[in-house]
Design a binder for this molecule. Sequence first.
Ligand SMILES: Nc1ncnc2c1ncn2[C@@H]1O[C@H](COP(=O)(O)OP(=O)(O)OP(=O)(O)O)[C@@H](O)[C@H]1O
Ligand SMILES: [Mg+2]
Length: 452
Amino acid sequence: MAEVKFENVTKAFGETVAVRDLNLEIHDKEFLVLVGPSGCGKTTTLRMLAGLEDTTQGRIYIDGKDVTYLPPKDRDIAMVFQSYALYPHMNVYNNMAFGLRNRLVSTSMKQLRAGVTLIMWFIVIALITAISQISGYIFGQAFYSMMMFGGIGAFFLALGLYPDFRMALTWKGMIFLSKYSQLAHEYIEIEKTIEDRVNWAAEILEIPELLNRKPRQLSGGQRQRVALGRAMVRQPKVFLMDEPLSNLDAKLRNSMRAELATLQSKLEITTVYVTHDQVEAMTLGHRIAVMNKGVIEQIGTPDEVYSKPETLFVAGFIGTPTMNFIKGKVEAGTKGLELVSLGINLHLSKEELGEKFTRLQHYEGKEVILGIRPENIKIDTQIKFAASLPGTVTFVEPIGSVTNLFFEIGIGQKITVSVEGYHKIARGDSSTLFFPYEMMHFFDPTSGKRIA
Ligand SMILES: Nc1ncnc2c1ncn2[C@@H]1O[C@H](COP(=O)(O)OP(=O)(O)OP(=O)(O)O)[C@@H](O)[C@H]1O
Ligand SMILES: [Mg+2]
């Protein structure tokens, strides 16, 4: 069980308000995607939840417990960053084990480890001295000095060049002492747990054969998996992911996206995922929170956010190509209302619009913004329950599965229409555009809020 709750959380960096009065509840086992343009406050929100950033105001709860002032290590959270931030000198196994080891290994174990390191260093230096002494007896004083300084120099150089070597000394030293020390014995148990978990994660991520490699010997996608694996072995209450796929090429991103979704449902760990990519948001999230300038404008399932955007911003942000907007005045017509804009007169039928019509009546004499998605507009064939307009093609963009047609309607107003497959219409052609009433969205131009 892990629910997350932000309560009136604000974060300001001096004058800049990065997050403003955020209220958000994330359910247990939920995959919540925080999506929004660059600089809207996504990373800041995650960092506050992780404890890497203080809140200026408000409270954060995990499982009902107030964690607002808890340090990161006590929050039981694992974060995956955009830059994988793997330790270059450690192999994949140790990279994945690192966080968990740090958490499980107690301070006294660390002290013992430091002691063992010291003893090992002492032994190595003593050995070098002894060998130099013996060779000095045989070959003379000058040779002795050469061996002595050369040996010690080489030893320290090796330590500097291969920090792993230092590690090896340490961990091996622990195991060496295990027979004599209860602490070291516990340590071995911990190492076993770590090994089990790392193998388990490597198995799921299909990277068991990479465990001995260094990060530089891995592809971007493989590094990505290691970074995920590192978070997985922690088995935290909450996963935080900040654009973890953005460094991958398009194809790999698609396949990793699918894997992530499967993985999350398998592990059933509450996940908060940050992205500015709306396709990623739509495909991954159980629910999506759309953020703009530090404020969450809408939270809902991908379908809700797509088919019933609550604000102009959300309407424009979700969906490609972006939704078409026509600003016009609502006027009384012969049979219902008309939306009147530059050279456009769009009939708004009372019968077809139903409840939407009632709400639009309050706007008679005022301006509204009509929104309609490119894929919802039909051309050529007359369809029922739709308003129609003439338009001229200005540009055709065939992109394989769909063709985007750019039309000019009224006086210089641009409309995009997406049709499936290839379309034989060409630049300069005229056609009638049909706007189904069911697919119309209306927004208030001042507040940006949805009217109907
Ligand atoms: N340490 C900081 N000091 C000052 N301002 C900051 C700091 N961190 C972030 N900001 C500001 O806070 C705002 C939100 O930043 P944040 O990193 O949360 O955006 P984001 O949504 O993650 O953007 P992106 O998609 O580009 O990563 C930005 O205006 C940014 O400049
Ligand atoms: Mg960010």
